[in-house]
Design a protein around this ligand. Structure first.
Ligand code: TXA
Ligand code: MG
Length: 323
């Protein structure tokens, strides 16, 4: 029997009983539990096979709850929250004492956001605790953007996926930390750099990590190999050259908008035939899930334009190439 359901009351009951439930957001599906329940939080880490040093994002129903979670709200954090919540930015701020260390990987900061999805906003409003929710995928694999993706990953491990349809933004939230009250991007994501800079001015990006074993960086989840299909994946600026290099293989081609006529291509998918970056972002993970099921030898992905959500898409595609 399917674990997918639209029943918000059932999700309320499970979460109140310290169980975990997969929930929809505008970015990707999350694997959610009560932030104050050690049992639920441990179940999230175990289900994902995620290392405990990698902290979770706390989801709250509105900006009004922020001061219950964090000690200090820098002026630029307030501006960003007012501009973009509910929506796909996560703020990393000094935590209050009540936030368990298990959520923050022992750090003195906590990541918080107000997700922009009607089902999950209603769920959060009906609960009297915030929800910790990492993306609902096994550690290092492709994030889920439909309830079916989550079911495929976790049907034997969790009781319910709250169905909210396909995620509209399709890649994770943009994570913004603060050093001396100045914002710094820890993870590129569904809110473009340009939109963020329009609110707070020029902003530094610190989102690359050299290896999986490196000591805890500012955003410990930003390991290089992440969001990765099982199929070998390469990123290229020259599609035809890459096809010729791999011409005896079964090739899957992922492009921005172009369609290539070439006998060696087994399957090709353009993320937006009309060349819209927002549409490409919303399709990216679903297309990677589809290509990964086709037993191809290689996925050749085209590099996206380096602006707007193109930057965030290139970040995820680069991580997908690390095996
Ligand atoms: O769009 C999203 O952000 C989705 C949905 C479900 O909200 N969530 C998500 O969670 O992508 P997750 O766990 O896959 O990624 C959270 C990232 C990790 O890279 C983690 O290291 C970072 O947030 N993070 C969490 N707390 C942090 C902290 N205190 N300091 C720095 N980075 C933190
Ligand atoms: Mg994740």
């Amino acid at each position: 029997m399917s674990i997918i359901s639209k029943d918000i009351s059932k999700a309320v009951a499970l979460l109140t009983a310290e169980d975990i439930v997969a929930i929809p957001t505008e970015t990707v599906y999350g694997l959610a539990g009560n932030i104050y329940s050690e049992k639920a939080i441990k179940a999230i880490f175990e289900t994902k096979k995620r290392p405990f040093f990698n902290p979770l994002i706390v989801h709250i129903p509105s900006i009004d709850e922020l001061s219950n979670i964090v000690e200090h709200i820098p002026a630029k954090a307030q501006l960003l929250a007012e501009a973009f919540w509910p929506g796909p930015i996560t703020l990393v701020l000094k935590k209050k004492g009540i936030i368990p260390d298990l959520i923050t990987g022992g750090k003195d900061t906590v990541a918080v956001r107000v997700p922009n999805h009607p089902t999950t906003l209603e769920l959060l409003n009906r609960l009297d605790f915030p929800l910790a929710a990492p993306s609902a995928n096994p550690f290092s694999s492709i994030s889920p953007t439909t309830a079916q993706h989550v079911e495929t990953y976790f049907k034997d491990a969790i009781k319910m996926v709250l169905d909210g349809g396909a995620c509209t933004s399709g890649i994770e939230s943009t994570i913004i930390g603060f050093e001396n009250d100045e914002p710094i991007i820890y993870r590129l994501g569904s809110k473009s750099l340009e939109d963020i800079e329009a609110i707070v001015g020029t902003i530094e990006i610190k989102n690359s990590v050299k290896s999986q074993t490196e000591a805890i960086p500012d955003a410990p989840g930003m390991l290089e190999r992440h969001y990765a299909p099982k199929t070998k994946t390469i990123l290229t600026t020259n599609i035809l050259e890459s096809i010729n290099l791999h011409k005896n293989k079964r090739i899957g081609l992922l492009t921005f908008q172009s369609e290539i006529d070439h006998p060696n291509i087994e399957v090709q998918i353009a993320l937006s035939t009309s060349g819209v970056l927002v549409e490409s972002a919303s399709n990216l993970y679903d297309v990677l899930h589809q290509l990964d099921k086709m037993h191809l030898d290689i996925i050749i992905a085209e590099e996206f334009p380096d602006y707007g959500l193109g930057k965030s898409i290139n970040d995820r595609l680069t991580r997908a190439t690390k095996h």
